[in-house]
Design a protein around this ligand. Structure first.
Ligand code: FES
Length: 118
């Protein structure tokens, strides 16, 4: 069952509305990263690619939240995303969404649930 899960980090490394943790999602020669943040106690993960222009959200590595910790923000043009859904609520791509990734927190760790392509 654990075959299709990948360890991302220890739970203790992911603090509420603080720095997010990036991880590699590159495949088939395409460079891609994902990230996980903690919001209201739960981990939420997304592909690190803005819904407006396909750039990474964080200019400063791991800085995904705007200063008051309410929204995930894109550093390029300021799109504000709802942390629980990835939906853009404010900004140039309002109504569009980040691509969400499934994560599971158990036994003091956070795991990425990999898609099964079979
Ligand atoms: S590239 Fe993210 S808001 Fe424009």
């Amino acid at each position: 069952m654990a075959d299709n899960q990948r360890l991302i980090c220890a739970s203790a490394d992911l603090q509420e509305r603080s720095k997010g943790i990036r991880f590699d999602l590159s495949q088939h020669g395409e460079h891609l990263t994902g990230f996980v943040v903690r919001y209201e106690g739960k981990p939420y993960a997304f592909v690190n690619r803005c819904a407006h222009v396909p750039v990474e959200l964080d200019w400063q590595e791991g800085d995904f939240f705007e200063p008051d910790g309410r929204y995930i923000i894109c550093a390029t043009h300021g799109a504000h995303y709802e942390p629980t859904t990835g939906r853009c609520e404010i900004g140039p791509c309002r109504g569009a969404s980040l691509q969400s990734l499934q994560v599971e927190e158990r036994d003091g760790n956070i795991y990425l649930k990999m898609e099964n392509h079979d």
